[in-house]
Design a protein around this ligand. Structure first.
Ligand code: UDH
Ligand code: MN
Length: 361
């Protein structure tokens, strides 16, 4: 009795009120439990529950708070990203995919669709190895007009050939619009200038459309010196045409080509422009290197002389002036109008208006 004297002092009315309040409390708690707002014994959410809730909100796109904690899903995605972006090792100096001399095929029924199907990893004319970083980034420049079948044969062989060499590369077709006299050298200057708008290529291969390499040890990369790749071809009995021959296919680095101010723009019609480039190289105290004869072998698809590419009768006179002209006539004076740049899967097609030879010509 003495322990709780106040209880004894409650009136019956007060007792009833207290009982009623207690009942209301219990009722409210039961209602909250049923509606799910409160879990029994866990009225304060734990940290784990907070993360779980944040996770489901992030997934539902509700939690936009910056710097929030990672949910398990986010952690997984970040890990996958890190694995994807792991830096690739450089490709080996010598590609393990090279196969040496391979038989070439020139099927009349070949289609562009088939060549596209065989080169699914090429897109917008460009390719790079999937699992290593290429030793060089190379732009192949092909002057072109009215040689569609030759172009198809070349694409058919060149894409797998360059992929076996594990190069990062792109193939540019520089297409001369109109019917005026052909100008191979100017088209190649344009190819260099246009390709550099896409990427800072290390190396440029200046490539006739009708020459198909027979041996993939003939590397489409640039060396310390400008390189001439056509040591021999079927049409010359696989002999070098003459000692200083520098035509057909050549490889010059971005800097080497810039140093010689590129090709001359003033050679219209067939011949002389390749000799002029060799003279420019020599004037800069560089020398020409070549692969061994057994490797620098090409098949030239048979053709006659094209209309609009008649022998340039002026070429000897022009060649006697290279040492005066190289600084004025070249990359720094190459004017043209780009009509279109198309990017189908296997090449970049740059169509240009290059003007015409001067009327005194
Ligand atoms: N080219 C064209 N279209 C032309 C002219 C030239 O695309 O109308 C390009 C093409 O990339 C070609 C390159 O310029 O490979 C060189 O021209 P070319 O193949 O005519 O030169 P090549 O020295 O032949 O191979 C010269 C004429 C050979 C006549 C042989 C007759 N038996
Ligand atoms: Mn030819």
């Amino acid at each position: 009795m003495g322990l709780c004297p106040t209880v004894y002092r409650f009136t019956r009315k007060t007792k009833c009120l207290l009982l009623l309040a207690l009942c209301l409390c219990v009722l409210a708690w039961v209602a909250a439990f049923i509606s799910g707002t409160v879990k029994p014994f866990e009225l304060v959410p734990t940290q784990v529950q907070k993360w779980e809730r944040m996770g489901s909100e992030v997934e539902a796109g509700l939690n936009t708070e910056p710097g929030g904690l990672y949910t398990p899903t986010e952690l997984l995605q970040t890990k996958e990203k890190e694995e994807e972006e792991l830096p690739k090792a450089p490709c080996p100096k010598k590609s393990p995919l090279l196969r040496g001399p391979l038989p070439l095929s020139f099927e009349p029924a070949l289609t562009l669709g088939r060549v596209e199907g065989e080169n699914g990893a090429v897109s917008g004319g460009q390719y790079q190895p999937a699992d290593c970083v290429a030793q060089q980034s190379v732009a192949v420049l092909i002057p072109h007009r009215n040689r569609e079948k030759h172009l198809l044969y070349l694409l058919h062989h060149l894409h797998p050939f360059l992929q076996r060499q594990q190069l990062h590369y792109a193939i540019y077709i520089i297409h001369q619009a109109g019917e005026e006299t052909f100008n191979r050298a100017k088209l190649l200057n344009i190819g260099y200038l246009e390709a550099l708008k896409d990427y800072s290529w290390d190396c440029f291969i200046f490539h006739d459309v009708d020459l198909v390499p027979e041996n993939d040890h003939n590397l489409y990369t640039c060396d310390q010196q400008p390189k001439h790749l056509v040591v021999g071809r079927n049409s010359t009995g696989y002999k070098l045409r003459y000692k200083g021959y520098f035509g057909g296919v050549t490889a010059l680095s971005r800097q080497q080509f810039l140093k010689v101010n590129g090709f001359p723009n003033s050679y219209w019609g067939w011949g002389g422009e390749d000799d002029d480039l060799r003279k420019r190289v020599e004037l800069q105290r560089m020398s020409v290197v070549r692969p061994p004869a057994a490797i620098g072998r090409y098949t030239m698809v048979f053709h006659q002389r094209d209309n609009g590419n008649e022998v340039n009768k002026d070429r000897m006179r022009l060649l006697s002036k290279t040492s005066d002209m190289w600084k004025k006539d070249g990359l720094n004076s190459c004017t043209y109008q780009t009509l279109s740049v198309e990017r189908p899967p296997l090449y970049i097609n740059v169509t240009v208006n290059i003007g015409k030879p001067p009327s005194t010509h």
